[in-house]
Design a protein around this ligand. Structure first.
Ligand code: GLN
Length: 216
């Protein structure tokens, strides 16, 4: 039976300090990329991180993070290990999914100038390795809609930008006028790597989405 997803019209705001996350099982796709860094960040938020490698793992989690890495490799591995379909099905049924850098590329509907396989979840077109040399690998302070306090340290490593967004996709942060963070109902994408900083605000933000979806 397919669960009807309640469409949320406004982006989630930063969670209250001390929000309970210990019962949340959050998967990190563990085929390739910076898996350990996400696992450490989730542990620091007191959630239960679960490395996801099999269809059973996909079924066992309340939310899923797709880490940074190499999007053509992971797109192909998702097909080969038959993980693409179950992830898409769970995302369509409301499971929160967050892609960081490569993960956002893998979640996108379109990749500029490429036919590489993606999950087609986010209503966006992304351009890979889009920033010029000076931003190719850099830290940029980001103003993120819905996130209070100091700017977020955005770490960009051969990062994509969001070339176009449509449907329910809503851009939450920009660098030089280019979208670098997107939210679409139960889905989140960032061009940058929050898992490589010690700022846990975006992991907590995602956990807030996971917690809200688990209650529905
Ligand atoms: N450049 C990589 C790609 O296109 C993404 C880089 C990253 O995840 N840090 O797949």
């Amino acid at each position: 039976m397919t669960k009807t997803v309640k469409t949320v019209k406004t982006p989630p705001s930063a969670p209250a300090e001390g929000a309970v996350t210990s019962s949340l099982r959050v998967g990190v796709l563990a085929l390739q990329g910076d898996v350990e860094e996400h696992i450490a960040a989730l542990r620091a938020c007191k959630a239960q991180p679960i490395p996801v490698k099999t269809v059973d793992d996909v079924r066992a989690v309340d939310g899923l993070i797709l880490p940074g890495g190499e999007s053509t490799t992971v797109g192909n591995l998702l097909e080969r290990f038959k993980l693409a379909k179950p992830i898409v099905e769970r995302a369509h049924a409301g499971m929160p999914v967050w892609g960081t850098c490569m993960g956002m590329i893998v979640m996108a509907e379109r990749v500029t100038g490429s036919k590489q396989p993606t999950l087609g979840l986010l209503h966006i077109e992304v351009k890979r390795n889009a920033f010029g040399r000076q931003i190719e690998s850099s830290e940029q302070p980001l103003e993120i809609e819905g996130l209070d306090g100091k700017p977020f340290p955005g770490i960009f490593i051969r990062a994509p930008w969001i070339e176009a967004a449509w449907g329910g996709a809503h851009i939450l942060a920009y660098v030089d006028g280019k979208g670098v963070m997107v939210w679409q109902n139960n889905l989140l994408g960032t061009s940058f790597h929050p898992e490589l900083t010690d700022d846990l605000r975006l992991h907590k933000y995602f956990l807030q989405m996971v917690s809200a979806a688990a209650k529905r």
